[in-house]
Design a protein around this ligand. Sequence first.
Ligand code: ADP
Length: 169
Amino acid sequence: GSGRAARARAVPQRIVASSEVERSYIMIKPDGVQRGLVGEIISRFEKKGFLLKGLKLFQCPKDLAQEHYKDLKDKPFFPKLIDYITSGPVVCMAWEGAGVVASARKLIGATNPLQAEPGTIRGDLAVQTGRNVVHGSDSPDNGKREIELWFKEGELCQWESVQAPWLIE
Ligand code: ADP
């Protein structure tokens, strides 16, 4: 009856401390959007079996680009990098799953697309470091930091894929 329904609503189905869940911030850069590679790039992470927790098309302001790439601020290419990232809309994504950070880096490939292995996103779809179509967090800590930087409270979805039991035993 309604009593059981009320109890079910009051008790969250599963509580997982967010620190236990590994997430990577993946971003399709403006060249990837302009070149019509959005579907292709999202597909690679979907097909692999990670869980999409957040997704938006977004025009990045300069200060956010600078904060995101703050570790590179002394590099000679930093001003060009900021111009590139803010030159058009990007697609911001939060992907979740055990091992997602390292695995996404492998799916993305080396920073220089000419050195990226065929089969990787950059290896298949790009030719230059300054136009390498996609970003992926380099550590679980940075995954958390970058997702907090690019997404607002409430922009991530809490859901479970029906595929889960077919992906994880
Ligand atoms: P990654 O994106 O593979 O983690 P880095 O963190 O070293 O690589 O650099 C961040 C981004 O800065 C690169 O993806 C690329 O867009 C840009 N970048 C790095 N090195 C250069 C370079 N030598 N010239 C131009 N852009 C660069």
